[in-house]
Design a protein around this ligand. Structure first.
Ligand code: IPE
Ligand code: IPE
Ligand code: MG
Length: 247
């Protein structure tokens, strides 16, 4: 682990801070159901939590936050729910375009945007352009994202470059990583899944090879900076060996 020291929400000194945190935003539907509200009310609450947690990550010095917001499998949900999520994305992207310079937050979308509406694609292109003018904290939002689809897409892009004679030598892991959405970004140190499920659900399959996993029953809309501190504290108790022996 690095020696990136920080203060957490409780004012305690954390031993070491993950450079990159990934979160599966899960539990919005159950949060709403518990309150006898429609599922989309849970997605709205979840989007507010994302805003708070992204701000907190930036404040404490995390460099990258990658969140799973909509998977390649989530299209199976009722049309009304998918439509509601797309509306929320539209609202969120408009706000991001308004605020990202002021807040100094770069934003990238990971995923196949070709299935999204032209309006959403235009907003995403705009956030990409603004991000080029900003340095520092980066939020990656995974939309119509699947880990397997990402790997296949990377393989196809490599095959095209190979056929065009644009690559040299044997393909390495490092080179292959350069074809993923996460090109140039360090792998997540810590992967958090709120919502009580113990699975990866097709998230960052390549990048999580050595991430530390942290699961909690807290539903995403209820997730707070204190919960993030707990996850970071748990991360600090882990011994990351990367296949080696304890130092
Ligand atoms: C995660 O919350 C958000 C998306 C997958 C879009 P869910 O909607 O999966 O919430 P639960 O798992 O049903 O509670
Ligand atoms: C994972 O949550 C996908 C996102 C959070 C975007 P799901 O709720 O879709 O995952 P499963 O169905 O429980 O595996
Ligand atoms: Mg879920």
């Amino acid at each position: 682990m690095g020696d990136n020291k920080t203060q957490n929400a409780a004012g305690e000194q954390a031993k070491c801070l993950p450079r990159h945190i990934a979160i599966i935003l899960d539990g919005n539907g159950r949060w709403a159901k518990k309150r006898l509200m429609p599922r989309n009310a849970g997605h709205l609450a979840g989007s507010e939590t994302f805003r708070n947690i992204a701000t907190y990550c930036k404040e404490i010095g995390v460099e990258y936050l990658t969140v799973y917001a909509f998977s390649t499998e989530n299209w199976k949900r009722p049309e009304e729910e998918v439509g509601g999520i797309m509306k929320l994305l539209d609202k969120y992207l408009h706000e991001a375009i308004r605020d990202m310079r002021k807040k100094n937050i770069r934003m990238k979308v990971f995923g196949d945007t070709s299935r999204l509406s032209p309006e959403l694609r235009k907003l995403i292109a705009e956030t990409d352009e603004i991000s080029k003018t900003i340095e520092g904290f980066q939020a990656n939002v995974c939309i119509n994202y699947g880990g397997r689809a990402e790997i296949v897409r990377a393989a196809q892009a490599y095959a095209r470059d190979y056929a065009a004679g644009k690559t040299e030598g044997e393909l390495t892991e490092e080179q292959f990583s350069g074809y993923l959405y996460s090109a140039g970004i360090p792998d997540p140190d810590l992967l958090i899944r709120p919502g009580g499920e113990y699975r990866i659900s097709n998230f960052l399959l390549w990048q999580c090879a050595y991430s530390e996993f942290y699961y909690t029953d807290v539903l995403w809309p209820d997730f707070t900076p204190q919960e993030l501190d707990k996850a970071i504290a748990a991360y600090n108790r882990r011994d990351r060996r990367f296949g080696g022996v304890k130092g």
